[in-house]
Design a protein around this ligand. Sequence first.
Ligand code: B12
Ligand code: SF4
Length: 654
Amino acid sequence: MVDISSPHVNSPTTLPYATSSIRAYVETFADIRDSFTFAPTIFVREDFDTLVDRAGRPDLLALSCYVWNFNTSMALATEVKRRSPKTIVVLGGPHPKYGDDTVLAAYPAVDGIVQGEGEAAFLDLLRMIAADGQLGPIDGLTFRDPRDGSFRVSQQRGRPGDLSTRPSPYGVGLMDGPLAELNGRPAAALLESNRGCPFQCTFCDWGSLGSKMAEFPIERVFADIDWISSNGIHTVWSADSNFGMRKRDKEIAAYLADAYHRNGYPRRLVASTSKNSSRAVLDALRPLAQTPMFRGLTLSFQTHSEAALRDVKRQNIKHSAYYEMFDHARATGTRTYTEMILGLPGETLASFKEGLVVSIDRNPHSSVIVYRCSVLPNAELASAADRARFGLSTAWLPDRESPDLDPRFIESHEIVVGTNAMPEPDWGEAVEYAWLVLLLHSLRLGHPALLLLRHVMGLDYVAVFDGMLRILRQRPDRLLGAQLQYTQRAIAQFLKLRDPAYRPSPSENLPWRADPDASARISRVKLAEFSDQCAAELTMLSFAVAKTLGHPIDVAVRDDLFLILQHTTLRPVQAFDHVLEFKTNLPDVLDAAGAGRSVAIKHGPTRYRVTCSEDISSDAFQDRIKDNSELCIGLDPFPLHAEGERAWAEAQLA
Ligand code: B12
Ligand code: SF4
């Protein structure tokens, strides 16, 4: 079996969970154990020749296909079939389009595609091969008829309700070999406590697998956590669609937290938390939030637009629940990060802009992250009907992080770059806007400036970001303007990537910057090198925008904002301890604004101490930026402490 891990460099390698689950199940049957021998699963991304050699000439090659490994899997299947024409090649997983001949026509090496859940289907498939030596009609199989080569589709297979007969691949020892193969390199593991999703969002593959929820026995889940924790697994991906929603999730969260306290692992948990998030979810996950492994609660807001919610069939996910969560998180100091998707049908440029600032407006300490809308082959959004109805235009983004296997096998993602509601030029503007919001807010480059403009001066966020962009577009000669220009070039270049087979040369890194998140991260690192100049530009930019929005300039406040930006922005720096003279009490004003309180600006000299207790090297800074994106937390600034009442009192006397 082949189950190639996601290609992100520097990320831990994921142990082959889906294929091992299937194998654990089919091997509970004596006839299967007697008839088949499983070779070690191929899951580590190696150079292509090594992969081909490891695959050898099997009777059956079964590949688990996801967006992150499809091209490589197809290249491998093609080469194995060339060397061994008798090998039966079967695909499973969410990525291969089933139910029509798209994949079979494009890849002559492929004989069959299993739709949906694999355990029962693979059992039937193995029994059929044992009996007939070839593929035939079993439920859930799209296949090439071995008799005449025609393509055939069997009837669909539903998700079964009872998962109690499924042995855990961890429990039966199937993960021990793969873990040993990593030889001490960091590993990631799946934790699956249930299957299915009650929602059916049209852009998602999860929903297309079925809405019926089924649970694994809780004892199995606990045992899997024990295996993961005691084997020092770095990262856990939760495979649950709505972690925190089910009653017993509270127990699972507590068990995970306890495992962390016992063994120090896992170090990181990435979970998709409940869509209809509520205080109950927050409370259920609190034990986890108190460990470093879980740095924030995901709020999968995705869009603020009612039209988009309707068009992607997400109306049953209520905005009111999110508002309550934003407020509750702010009141309890819980870290959250809000996910948004750019390019959903029905979303306009205006609604995207409004949506992006909703969460940061309600909770200035939350982070926000923007995904681009992918078109996944088996999701409803990929259907010809949806493409036409919503006027989707798409481009193919090559996965820059694929290691150099062979440039032809770089993975690529089909991404929406325009819809009826958001034509391509608007999409481009939305990327620029998101870049700026992420850079200034989520990556904390301009957090004090935003607090001042929005929460002290009371200016409208959308108008502020729009105003800033207008100015930056005219100043490519400045630091910030130049970064925007890189993003603009990336957008233009990305919009040309219409051909799924096109592979830019390794030096052409630019299209990645059309991802607002990636672009903001690159800009943030670059701007840190020139932090003083950047602080000056940001101060001028903030006050220029305030002026255009009718707010008079207070020179003392402007000077203090510069001092704050200059001294508190996280950057590569040596430990320091400074006392700074301010012209107003602006640090206190902004502190209060961040906490939802209001403190009036008072003029008069005030001293504040700013400290950084560690040396932060350039590399350490880059790591923090990376952690920031992976853990979805903000970058904490250096703290400013008031020196005490004395300075203020002296000023009053004077
Ligand atoms: C873990 C995970 C990740 C991990 C990667 C883990 C890895 N292996 O390297 C991370 C966090 C990195 C990740 C990233 C992304 N992911 Co993700 N991820 C998942 C998640 C949560 C779990 C996958 C899993 O193992 N599930 C458990 C197994 C048992 O279930 P399963 O995959 O459905 O497998 C069953 C069947 O499909 C079938 N089957 C599977 N393989 C095989 C093989 C054979 C031979 C057979 C017969 C059957 C079969 O049987 C299995 C058991 O019943 C799924 C959602 C989900 N719950 O499935 C999304 C999911 C796979 N991800 C998805 C997406 C879109 C992404 C991103 C693009 C998100 C983004 N916008 O950035 C990125 C891509 C990153 C990249 N470029 O590399 C989509 C996949 C779409 C697709 N067509 O591949 C999913 C389905 C979620 C969704 N929203 O629709 N992801
Ligand atoms: S986006 Fe989330 S809620 Fe919607 S179908 Fe996918 S997993 Fe379920």
